[in-house]
Design a protein. Structure first.
Length: 368
């Protein structure tokens, strides 16, 4: 029997030291509010959740404990028991139950896609075959992609739990398929920030927007062109037990070098610290991830400094000393040395019609 794809792992991710945004919360567990959502699903069926809570070693919350947390393992056990006993992989979310294996079926239907964009399109379309209560849609506008969630959940549904899960599942699966960290430009939710809002910083690698018009994930559209890197054997393994594979930290961002280039193009004054902050990484993680891709931050900075210098030399009449300062050098002499290393010619020769083809790689040219 195919194991359900990924609902409970959404709420059991420990803070990722390589990818969590600065200032992410210290809590590492699952909010008790999500435990209550599972208990509510039992109540909707006229059933008692005590046995499932006991299997998970969770005490029914009362008083101050209602605002507490349970461990990742406890919540996984609770969800596993609930989905089997209720035969519903979306416990209490929709008017119609999603029988055991429904999300695994969706994953298999998307598995053969050539790119992430095609896979997500299939996932969104096929999800509509499971329920008509909500609609998932992949949209692209310019360089921004979004997965949008519309529709109306039943009045009895645990709205926060359901919407958060649906979006986290899409993001978790996208990261797993591409074996890549996929930073978010925003994760939007159409409700006020809950008391446990700090948990969202661990679940979504990017800004979280509450009181948004609709639920959505927004990210760089170029991730849609990434190929799927998981074969059927890997999918079988993941479906057998989704939690360890789906929630592990994805340290590699397969578009990281491109994103660093874009930031440097906008502002050559960026430091490792400011770049890391813009990318929701630590400086150490930034250097390590670039090295894993065969890149170095100094080389990327020199690449952009050279490109900007050539542009200014050939398309403006600014003095060489001013150009040197603009691209990060303290003197025109240090700039001239670096420029010769990059291109094999002087800035003056480049200005007067010489070619300035990239020669990066011999050695980095540090700003003086």
């Amino acid at each position: 029997m195919t194991k359900w794809l990924q609902i409970q792992p959404s709420f059991m991710i420990s803070p990722d030291p390589t990818g969590a945004a600065p200032g992410a919360a210290a809590h590492t567990g699952t909010p008790m509010a999500f435990v209550r959502a599972i208990v509510q699903a039992y109540a909707q069926r006229g059933l008692d959740a005590d046995a499932a809570l006991a299997k998970a070693q969770i005490t029914t919350p009362t008083g101050a404990a209602e605002a507490g947390y349970v461990s990742a393992l406890q919540f996984e056990r609770l969800c596993f028991a609930a989905m089997q006993e209720l035969d519903d992989e979306a416990p209490g979310w929709f008017h119609r139950r999603l029988p055991w294996g429904s999300y695994g079926m969706l994953a298999r239907a998307s598995q053969g896609a050539p790119t992430l964009g095609v896979a997500l399109t299939r996932w969104c379309r096929h999800h509509g075959l499971l329920t008509s209560d909500v609609q998932l849609r992949l949209a692209v506008a310019g360089d921004r992609a979004s997965v949008q969630l519309t529709g109306q959940l039943p009045a009895t549904a645990p709205r926060e739990f359901a919407l958060l899960s649906l979006l986290r599942n899409v993001h978790g699966l996208a990261c797993w398929w591409t074996d890549s960290r996929i930073p978010l430009q925003s994760a939007d939710f159409p409700f006020a920030a809950p008391p446990h809002a700090e948990v969202y910083a661990r679940l979504f690698p990017g800004p979280v927007v509450f009181d948004a018009p609709a639920a959505a994930l927004r990210f760089d559209a170029r991730y849609l062109d990434l190929p799927l890197r998981r074969d059927n054997a890997a999918l079988d393994q993941m479906l057998h037990r989704a939690l360890p594979l789906m929630v592990r930290p994805y340290r590699r961002d397969r578009l990281l070098a491109l994103r660093v280039r874009q930031l440097l193009q906008a502002d050559l004054a960026h430091t490792a610290q400011s770049l890391a902050a813009a990318l929701a990484l630590s400086p150490r993680s930034l250097h390590r991830q670039l090295a894993a891709e065969g890149m170095a931050l100094q080389a990327l900075k020199d690449e952009q400094r050279q490109a900007r210098a050539v542009e200014l030399l050939q398309r403006s009449q600014r003095p060489v000393k001013q150009i040197a300062r603009e691209v990060g050098f303290g003197s025109d002499k240090s700039f001239a040395r670096a420029f010769r290393l990059w291109t094999g010619q002087t800035p003056e020769a480049c200005r007067h019609g010489g070619r300035a083809d990239a020669q990066l790689g011999a050695r980095p040219a540090n700003a003086a």
